[in-house]
Ligand binder design. Structure first.
Ligand code: 6GU
Length: 268
């Protein structure tokens, strides 16, 4: 958090600690598992090591129920290694944007060329039902923040890789898709804010992912973004939103999403 310390140096040290804690020198792909996606960690392959995030520099443990705090190294069937990040710092925690993207920078420093970002989110498309997975095609960042520091002018064209989306479509040709809008949270949006998100081109509302994707692009990674629609956004459905229901929708979709995500990862 000290502005005189480079966040990339912190990430390099974290990656070195991760390598010695897991015995895995290099991870090829990294996945951040958000609400509803956690089961994938058990289905991707053989867990080589699981490390509490608190043992690795720069990680702060999340107090949000439903978000575990570990880093897990998994050997895929094709012999490659996946780093599963089960410790996400949200922008709304007010720990600063460096903390929010530290896991992404650590994954990049650990060698990962592909970053899979998943989340549980609200849906704006009226035909969506809770439990629907959707590919993120692009994002709108409404946090008024950026993980980039100084004059770092990074192109965000095709941020959510069309190549990786095509791979996901091989697994499910009927995959839903949409533009993700990151709000600061932690409150859900008002119905007026949801109408605004829709008007400006959004289809999915959430509180993560966009800032992480920007940091992943800066690091030169290819990005796959996946949302689980846990509920329709405020005003789209008349149902009031509750965090408990969001977690419950995630839980009931978890097995199905785990199978889906491991089929995708096997092809990446
Ligand atoms: Cl409706 N909004 C946001 N920002 N995040 C969510 C959500 C809604 N539902 C689940 N996560």
């Amino acid at each position: 958090d000290d502005p005189s310390v480079s966040p990339f140096d912190v990430a390099r040290r974290a990656a070195a600690q991760l390598a010695s804690a897991t015995g895995v020198e290099r991870h090829d792909i990294a996945l951040t598992l958000g609400s509803g996606w956690g089961k994938a960690a058990d289905l991707l392959g053989e867990t080589v090591a699981e490390v509490p995030a608190s043992e690795i520099e720069g990680f702060s443990t999340s107090g949000v129920p439903g978000h575990s705090g570990t880093l897990r190294s998994i050997r895929l069937e094709n012999g490659r290694h996946a780093l599963v990040i089960g410790a996400r710092t949200h922008f709304y925690e007010d720990k600063g944007v460096r903390r929010v993207v530290h896991s992404v920078r650590t994954a990049a420093a650990a060698g990962a060329r592909i970053m899979v970002l998943t989340n549980g989110a609200g849906g704006i498309k009226r035909h969506w039902t809770p439990g629907t997975p959707a590919l993120i095609t692009d994002h709108i960042n409404l946090t008024a923040s950026s993980p980039l520091e100084g004059a770092t002018f990074v192109d965000l064209t095709d941020l959510y890789s069309s190549r990786l989306r095509a791979v996901a479509r091989e697994v499910d040709p009927a995959f839903e898709e949409g533009v993700y809008v990151q709000f600061r949270g932690p409150h859900y949006e008002t119905p007026a804010e949801v109408r605004y998100a829709e008007t400006i081109g959004g289809h999915i509302v959430g509180m993560s992912t966009a800032l992480e994707a920007i940091a992943a692009r800066e690091a030169g990674m290819e990005i796959l973004g996946l949302s689980l629609i846990t509920n329709l956004a405020a005003g789209i459905s008349d149902e009031p939103l509750s965090h408990e229901e969001v977690i419950a929708a995630g839980k009931s979709a978890e097995q199905r999403l785990g199978v889906l995500l491991s089929q995708i990862v096997a092809r990446l």
